[in-house]
Write a protein of this length. Structure first.
Length: 197
Protein backbone atom coordinates (compact mmCIF):
# COMPACT_ATOMS: atom_id res chain seq x y z
CA UNK A 1 0.00 0.00 0.00
CA UNK A 2 1.36 3.39 -0.93
CA UNK A 3 0.26 6.56 0.87
CA UNK A 4 -1.33 9.10 -1.42
CA UNK A 5 0.91 12.18 -1.33
CA UNK A 6 1.33 14.48 -4.33
CA UNK A 7 5.05 15.06 -3.91
CA UNK A 8 6.92 13.35 -1.09
CA UNK A 9 10.14 15.12 -2.08
CA UNK A 10 8.49 18.55 -1.69
CA UNK A 11 7.01 17.48 1.65
CA UNK A 12 10.44 16.45 2.85
CA UNK A 13 11.87 19.81 1.71
CA UNK A 14 8.99 21.57 3.49
CA UNK A 15 9.71 20.03 6.88
CA UNK A 16 13.45 20.55 6.56
CA UNK A 17 12.86 24.22 5.72
CA UNK A 18 10.26 24.79 8.46
CA UNK A 19 11.52 22.78 11.43
CA UNK A 20 14.36 23.62 13.77
CA UNK A 21 17.06 20.94 13.79
CA UNK A 22 15.99 19.67 17.23
CA UNK A 23 12.35 19.40 16.11
CA UNK A 24 13.35 17.60 12.92
CA UNK A 25 15.35 15.13 15.05
CA UNK A 26 12.28 14.70 17.29
CA UNK A 27 10.13 13.99 14.21
CA UNK A 28 12.52 11.27 13.05
CA UNK A 29 12.42 9.86 16.58
CA UNK A 30 8.62 9.79 16.55
CA UNK A 31 8.72 8.03 13.18
CA UNK A 32 11.04 5.35 14.61
CA UNK A 33 8.98 4.89 17.78
CA UNK A 34 5.71 4.83 15.81
CA UNK A 35 7.09 2.03 13.62
CA UNK A 36 8.24 0.10 16.71
CA UNK A 37 4.82 0.47 18.36
CA UNK A 38 2.97 -0.34 15.13
CA UNK A 39 4.85 -3.64 14.85
CA UNK A 40 4.15 -4.49 18.49
CA UNK A 41 0.46 -3.58 18.46
CA UNK A 42 -0.54 -4.63 14.94
CA UNK A 43 -1.00 -1.20 13.31
CA UNK A 44 -0.17 -0.28 9.71
CA UNK A 45 3.60 0.33 9.78
CA UNK A 46 3.68 2.54 6.66
CA UNK A 47 0.94 4.83 7.98
CA UNK A 48 2.61 4.99 11.39
CA UNK A 49 5.95 5.95 9.82
CA UNK A 50 4.39 8.65 7.65
CA UNK A 51 2.25 10.18 10.43
CA UNK A 52 5.16 10.04 12.88
CA UNK A 53 7.56 11.74 10.49
CA UNK A 54 5.22 14.58 9.52
CA UNK A 55 3.12 15.04 12.68
CA UNK A 56 4.93 18.26 13.70
CA UNK A 57 5.41 19.89 10.29
CA UNK A 58 3.80 23.15 11.49
CA UNK A 59 5.33 23.15 14.99
CA UNK A 60 7.93 25.87 14.43
CA UNK A 61 5.77 28.37 12.52
CA UNK A 62 5.82 31.84 14.04
CA UNK A 63 2.49 33.18 15.35
CA UNK A 64 1.82 35.24 12.22
CA UNK A 65 2.36 32.29 9.86
CA UNK A 66 0.29 29.97 12.05
CA UNK A 67 -2.61 32.42 12.26
CA UNK A 68 -2.49 32.93 8.48
CA UNK A 69 -2.84 29.17 7.94
CA UNK A 70 -5.68 28.98 10.50
CA UNK A 71 -7.58 31.63 8.51
CA UNK A 72 -6.62 30.15 5.12
CA UNK A 73 -8.11 26.77 6.00
CA UNK A 74 -11.06 28.06 8.02
CA UNK A 75 -9.96 26.43 11.26
CA UNK A 76 -11.41 27.42 14.63
CA UNK A 77 -10.74 31.02 15.74
CA UNK A 78 -9.97 29.55 19.18
CA UNK A 79 -6.66 28.37 17.70
CA UNK A 80 -5.49 31.89 16.84
CA UNK A 81 -2.61 32.88 19.08
CA UNK A 82 -2.31 29.32 20.44
CA UNK A 83 0.53 27.67 18.52
CA UNK A 84 0.73 24.75 20.96
CA UNK A 85 -2.77 23.58 20.04
CA UNK A 86 -2.89 24.98 16.51
CA UNK A 87 0.17 23.25 15.06
CA UNK A 88 -1.46 19.81 14.89
CA UNK A 89 -4.65 21.09 13.21
CA UNK A 90 -2.68 23.28 10.79
CA UNK A 91 -0.28 20.42 10.05
CA UNK A 92 -3.16 18.12 9.08
CA UNK A 93 -4.68 20.86 6.89
CA UNK A 94 -1.36 21.40 5.08
CA UNK A 95 -0.86 17.66 4.51
CA UNK A 96 -4.36 17.40 3.04
CA UNK A 97 -4.58 20.62 1.04
CA UNK A 98 -1.01 21.22 -0.08
CA UNK A 99 0.40 17.71 -0.33
CA UNK A 100 -2.73 15.77 -1.32
CA UNK A 101 -2.72 13.34 1.59
CA UNK A 102 -6.15 11.71 1.49
CA UNK A 103 -5.84 9.01 4.15
CA UNK A 104 -8.25 10.14 6.88
CA UNK A 105 -6.63 7.97 9.51
CA UNK A 106 -3.24 9.62 8.95
CA UNK A 107 -4.78 13.10 8.87
CA UNK A 108 -6.66 12.48 12.13
CA UNK A 109 -3.61 11.05 13.88
CA UNK A 110 -1.71 14.24 13.01
CA UNK A 111 -4.70 16.46 13.86
CA UNK A 112 -5.12 14.96 17.36
CA UNK A 113 -1.55 14.10 18.32
CA UNK A 114 -1.48 16.98 20.83
CA UNK A 115 -4.92 16.72 22.45
CA UNK A 116 -5.93 13.11 21.73
CA UNK A 117 -9.73 12.58 21.43
CA UNK A 118 -12.49 10.14 22.29
CA UNK A 119 -12.95 7.14 19.99
CA UNK A 120 -9.28 7.17 18.98
CA UNK A 121 -8.13 4.74 16.33
CA UNK A 122 -5.10 2.56 16.99
CA UNK A 123 -3.04 4.95 14.84
CA UNK A 124 -4.30 7.98 16.84
CA UNK A 125 -3.19 6.39 20.09
CA UNK A 126 0.08 5.23 18.62
CA UNK A 127 1.13 8.69 17.33
CA UNK A 128 -0.07 10.41 20.53
CA UNK A 129 2.06 8.06 22.64
CA UNK A 130 5.07 7.91 20.25
CA UNK A 131 5.27 11.72 20.39
CA UNK A 132 5.83 11.53 24.15
CA UNK A 133 8.05 8.43 24.40
CA UNK A 134 10.42 8.74 21.43
CA UNK A 135 14.09 8.16 22.24
CA UNK A 136 15.21 11.81 22.05
CA UNK A 137 12.99 12.84 24.98
CA UNK A 138 14.98 13.60 28.12
CA UNK A 139 12.55 13.49 31.07
CA UNK A 140 13.34 11.17 33.98
CA UNK A 141 10.44 8.69 33.53
CA UNK A 142 11.08 8.06 29.83
CA UNK A 143 12.07 4.40 30.24
CA UNK A 144 9.00 3.71 32.36
CA UNK A 145 6.66 5.23 29.74
CA UNK A 146 8.43 3.47 26.88
CA UNK A 147 8.13 0.10 28.61
CA UNK A 148 4.45 0.76 29.33
CA UNK A 149 3.84 1.76 25.68
CA UNK A 150 5.45 -1.48 24.47
CA UNK A 151 3.28 -3.57 26.80
CA UNK A 152 -0.03 -1.70 26.97
CA UNK A 153 -0.75 1.19 24.60
CA UNK A 154 -4.10 2.06 26.23
CA UNK A 155 -2.56 2.26 29.71
CA UNK A 156 0.34 4.39 28.37
CA UNK A 157 -2.15 6.67 26.66
CA UNK A 158 -4.18 7.03 29.89
CA UNK A 159 -1.15 7.80 32.06
CA UNK A 160 0.12 10.41 29.59
CA UNK A 161 -3.32 12.04 29.44
CA UNK A 162 -3.62 12.09 33.24
CA UNK A 163 -0.15 13.60 33.55
CA UNK A 164 -0.99 16.25 30.92
CA UNK A 165 -4.28 17.18 32.61
CA UNK A 166 -2.58 17.41 36.02
CA UNK A 167 0.27 19.50 34.62
CA UNK A 168 -2.04 21.94 32.81
CA UNK A 169 -4.29 22.22 35.89
CA UNK A 170 -1.33 23.00 38.16
CA UNK A 171 -0.25 25.77 35.77
CA UNK A 172 -3.78 27.22 35.59
CA UNK A 173 -3.97 26.56 31.84
CA UNK A 174 -7.11 25.72 29.90
CA UNK A 175 -7.50 22.02 29.09
CA UNK A 176 -8.89 21.23 25.65
CA UNK A 177 -12.20 19.34 25.86
CA UNK A 178 -10.82 16.70 23.45
CA UNK A 179 -8.15 15.86 26.04
CA UNK A 180 -10.69 15.43 28.84
CA UNK A 181 -12.94 13.34 26.61
CA UNK A 182 -9.96 11.23 25.51
CA UNK A 183 -9.03 10.50 29.13
CA UNK A 184 -12.60 9.40 29.97
CA UNK A 185 -12.84 7.34 26.78
CA UNK A 186 -9.56 5.45 27.26
CA UNK A 187 -10.36 4.88 30.95
CA UNK A 188 -13.70 3.29 29.97
CA UNK A 189 -11.98 1.25 27.26
CA UNK A 190 -9.53 -0.17 29.83
CA UNK A 191 -12.34 -0.94 32.30
CA UNK A 192 -14.35 -2.73 29.61
CA UNK A 193 -11.31 -4.79 28.61
CA UNK A 194 -10.66 -5.72 32.25
CA UNK A 195 -14.31 -6.71 32.69
CA UNK A 196 -14.08 -8.93 29.62
CA UNK A 197 -16.73 -7.07 27.64
Amino acid sequence: MSINCINRESLEEFIKANLKESRYRHSMGVEEMAVRLARLHGADVEKAAFAGRYHDLAKNFDAETMDAYIRKYGLSDELIGNNALAHSKVGAAILENEFGVTDQEILDSVRYHTTARKNMTLLDELIFVADVVEDNRTYSDLEYYQDLAYRDLDRACLEILEYTIGDLTSKGRVIDKDTLEARDWVLNKIKETENGK
